[in-house]
Design a protein. Structure first.
Length: 366
């Protein structure tokens, strides 16, 4: 028998096997067109239908209200750090920014570029490079007249998550980076002004970025913004201002259908909770051999970070886990240690296999 491999990469990440099988079956001939999705025109009926259904299915999964627009963009989540400011801060003096880990820190450092608005640090979650808690929304220093407040709901590198989702009361429109948790649990889209997420973690391959934007905010997009970075220009051309990331959108659409067939985000939340609790209790019950320093209420259910008391042991853990078919468990380059990304497509069995390996490793080296 071949070893079953589980991919714990933070992204590009694991995809449902059933989705990859469908893609394989349709690779040379999509739906009787005689063409691969990879080689068909983005203006063909077949692709327009793929795009249309991907949007409808995403709307259904997240219960996106009618006054929100959906875009599949390019440039990754990183491009959104600037696009949100370029488009939504016109005529505003201030943008509020919450820094709770690596990605919101980078967003904060980028948002002021090409903008006259002050990027105000509304809250900071810890010392530089050492984040172990999310700053509570009650402590955010936010001006209701700011263009918006930006935060990252799940910090992929530091393994931190706003498990209690901040509510919009008294806040300006909320702009949220959901890259590493979108579709992992129900959210109330109406609480947000704009949501963005790179696809390559919980949705599909890299190359597509989801943007969900409240319609009235589009009035802020000035004509002076080049069309390619202008949400309004993309919306009025139905997401076809330029060539979209056709193949990643197609795979994302297959993932949306897989989610629908598997109980939607409500069911994902139930399984994701079980997976995360299984892993955190293995860490907490290891008598200090495995360590996670994140405050319990802020522990991410998507990216679980941990380390042993020794750097050399961490290295050995990653190596031996890999040999056991438990792949890509090394922590982010600046963090070291281990990180298990357990997105929607990671089955409970993958987490159980990891936990058995952790126990075995501790017996041998603990
Ligand atoms: N935000 C978060 C939360 C992320 O995890 C990442 C990627 N790891 C990014 C932003 C940057 O995304 P991209 O590489 O798509 O620009």
């Amino acid at each position: 028998t071949t070893l079953h491999k589980y991919n714990f990469s933070a992204g590009p990440a694991i995809l449902p096997e059933a989705v990859l099988q469908t893609a394989q079956a349709e690779m040379l001939d999509y739906n009787g067109t005689g063409t691969s999705v990879m080689t068909m025109s983005h203006r063909s009926d077949a692709f327009l239908s793929i795009l249309h259904h991907a949007e409808l299915d995403l709307r259904q999964l997240l219960h996106i209200p009618d006054n929100y627009k959906v875009l599949f963009m390019q440039g990754g989540a990183s491009a959104q750090f600037n696009m949100v400011v370029m488009n939504l801060a016109n005529g505003f003096k201030r943008v509020d920014s919450v820094v709770s880990g690596n990605w919101s820190r980078i967003a904060h450092s980028q948002m002021g570029k090409l903008s006259d608005a002050e990027i105000h640090l509304a809250a900071h979650g810890g010392d530089l490079y050492n984040y172990t808690d999310v700053p509570a929304p009650e402590t955010w220093d936010v001006d209701p007249d700011s263009a918006f407040v930006h935060y990252c709901i799940n910090e992929t590198v530091h393994g931190l998550q706003y498990r209690n989702i901040p509510k919009p009361d008294g806040l300006p429109p909320i702009v949220c980076d959901m890259s590493s948790e979108i579709l992992s649990r129900p959210i109330n889209v109406a609480d947000f002004g704009l949501i963005y997420a790179g696809a390559q973690k919980n949705i599909g391959p890299s190359g597509a970025t989801i943007v969900i934007i409240r319609e009235d905010l589009l009035e802020r997009c000035s004509d002076r913004i080049p069309d390619v970075w202008n949400y309004h220009s993309h919306i009025i051309r139905q997401g076809m201002y330029n060539t979209p990331a056709t193949y990643p959108i197609y795979i994302s659409g297959l993932v949306f259908r897989w989610l629908q067939a598997n109980g939607g985000v409500e069911q994902m939340q139930a399984i994701n909770t079980m997976k995360a609790e299984t892993l955190y209790s293995a860490i907490d019950n290891s008598n200090g051999f495995y360590i996670n320093n994140v405050k319990e209420h802020a522990r991410s259910y998507m990216n679980v970070i941990f380390h042993t008391p020794e750097k050399e042991l961490d290295k050995l853990f990653v190596q031996q886990a890999n040999a056991h078919g438990l792949c890509t468990l090394q922590g982010y380059k600046s963090m070291g240690g281990m990180r298990a990304s357990i997105y929607n497509a990671m089955p409970l069995q993958g987490v159980e296999a990891l936990v058995s390996f952790m126990q075995e490793f501790q017996r041998r080296y603990g």
